[in-house]
Design a protein around this ligand. Structure first.
Ligand code: 13P
Ligand code: SF4
Length: 330
């Protein structure tokens, strides 16, 4: 039974004996309950290895839309679980720790965004998937970093557009499309802290290394990059490239899949400005542990819920994104 103190904490912290084979038990619970484990590339390596599917935000949404499992366990942050729940309202969607939020989603409270939208009634609203359901409900079309460019370009050049909440991704899309979208002033605390100086230093000692950057990074980091793209796009480039060394400016969890796919290549995490650690981790993604995943499956809790009125509005821009992406073969 779910305990009262767990509800306050947002996750089940029932201890598991060291002798317990967590991975085996998790797989057994998945089979018994017809559950599917989906994981984002930023979760810890052990979670990615155990998941049925690992992907970027777009692929996770696409996979959720097609799954025939009864339970989706989303090993990622809350908005990823919420997106799955909105797409699959009849399924049980679980996120192992409800505290796994996202600084980008938090940087765009729906009430303030609603006022911003109301102040610009002639604008189309494009929102990054890293938003709460309530913010998506105010949106015309959702995008991820995998399809933002193509979706923005699917609108006429003269279309007036609000883009939220990531000022870095929005600024990057403006720069490559020649648009002048009105940007919400939000950012990801992880991608904002990459250090240009430290990346330049690193490049001096690895002159042959290609710099891979996520578009959530600040403009000066993106300018240094040889390749800019979503986690899936960066992984694909690393796999297909003839190059042997890469400096990776995104959350360091992606290095697990890169190294696994290309054991003969070298992947160097781009360092953050602060501290001595070479890695730049998303503290929210790291809340998802094997132990919490096991308890989540066992108790079928914590479950992601979305207010039905909000879900009714938020599902439209998500479906629009999925439809455009399918048409474009993304
Ligand atoms: P991707 O869609 O590129 O995986 O990005 C998700 C994310 O949260 C980036 O910080
Ligand atoms: Fe959100 Fe940034 Fe973490 Fe991605 S890395 S989930 S944008 S806080």
């Amino acid at each position: 039974m779910v305990k009262k103190e767990w509800i306050e904490k947002g996750f089940a912290d029932e201890p598991v004996a060291e002798s317990f084979d967590l991975k085996k038990e998790i797989r057994a619970l998945c089979k018994e309950k017809n559950a599917v484990i989906m994981a984002h590339y930023y979760t810890e390596g052990a979670i990615q290895d155990l998941a049925d599917f690992v992907g970027d935000s777009l692929a996770l949404a696409q996979k959720a839309a097609k799954t025939d499992a009864d339970i989706i366990v989303m090993c990622g942050v809350h908005f990823m679980g919420e997106t799955s729940k909105i797409i699959c309202p009849d399924k049980k969607v679980l996120v192992p720790d409800l505290n796994a939020t996202c600084s980008l989603a938090e940087s765009c409270p729906a009430g303030e965004f609603a006022r911003f939208v109301a102040d610009h009634p002639d604008h189309t609203v494009i929102s990054y998937v890293n938003t709460t359901a309530a913010t998506k409900a105010l949106t015309d079309v959702v995008v991820t970093s995998s399809n933002a460019r193509q979706i923005v370009e699917s609108f006429p050049k003269e279309e007036k557009i609000i883009f939220g909440p990531d000022r870095n991704l929005g600024g990057y899309i403006n720069s490559i499309t020649g648009r002048n979208m009105l940007l919400w002033d939000g950012a990801c605390h992880v991608h904002e802290r990459f250090s240009v100086e430290k990346i330049i230093e690193l490049k001096k000692s690895h002159p042959g290394a290609k710099i891979l950057a996520h578009p959530e990074c600040k403009g000066p980091v993106v300018k240094l990059a040889d390749v800019v793209g979503s986690t899936a796009a960066l992984l694909k480039y690393a796999v297909q490239s003839e190059d042997k060394e890469f400096i990776v400016a995104t959350e360091s969890g992606i290095l697990h899949e890169m190294q696994k796919a290309c054991p003969e290549k070298t992947f160097i995490p781009a360092p953050p400005t602060d501290g001595t650690c070479a890695c730049n981790e998303c503290n929210f993604m790291r809340l998802i542990t094997l132990e919490k995943l096991y308890n989540t499956l066992k108790y079928e809790w914590p479950e992601v819920t979305v207010d039905p009125e909000i879900a009714k509005k938020a599902v439209r821009p998500i479906h629009k994104m999925l439809e455009i992406s399918e048409k474009l073969g993304l």
